[in-house]
Design a protein around this ligand. Sequence first.
Ligand code: MN
Length: 205
Amino acid sequence: MSEKFVLPQLGFAFDALEAAIDAQTMEIHHGKHHAAYVNNLNTALESAPTFFNHSVEEIMRNINDVPEGIRTAVRNNGGGHANHSLFWQLLKPGGKQAPFGNLEKDLLSVFGSLDNFTDIFSKAAATRFGSGWAWLVLDESKKLQVYSTANQDSPLMQGHTPVLGLDVWEHAYYLRYQNRRPDYVKAFWSVINWNVVNDFYTANK
Ligand code: MN
């Protein structure tokens, strides 16, 4: 039984992250941008409906199995759906305000200090030219890496599992921050739910 992809509930109020991200941006970002990725993914897969039997994460991990004629549309819109579905969960209000447990230990081991990790991630976010995402991932060797991707490309496409991601498309911050992407990146650190990040890390390590 094939089911089309659906826009996930946000799970919190549009103004819940007001300290860092304004309510209007959240409403448009979730209800218009993310919704469009879901709708466009469904439209693209109409010609290859067996893919509705897979999760969007599975589809992204095996993007080269998607028929060539729709692969770019699935890469862009499936990536958009997967990336945003993760992003909203990471921003869920509450939770610990800093890395802890094994994730903290492994961040210290790889990056030397949490400040250095924060700097490297923030730089990846600030210097991504045009639209894209900054990521903390577990790579194919289960090692932590920070990098950015263009457009809606997902780390899943190269066999990596994202544990933290930041959307740096202008639609994510322009209403409040205009051209000041670094200010948006700085504010992001105040609304990360590290319990959720830790759960993704533990589940995939
Ligand atoms: Mn976005």
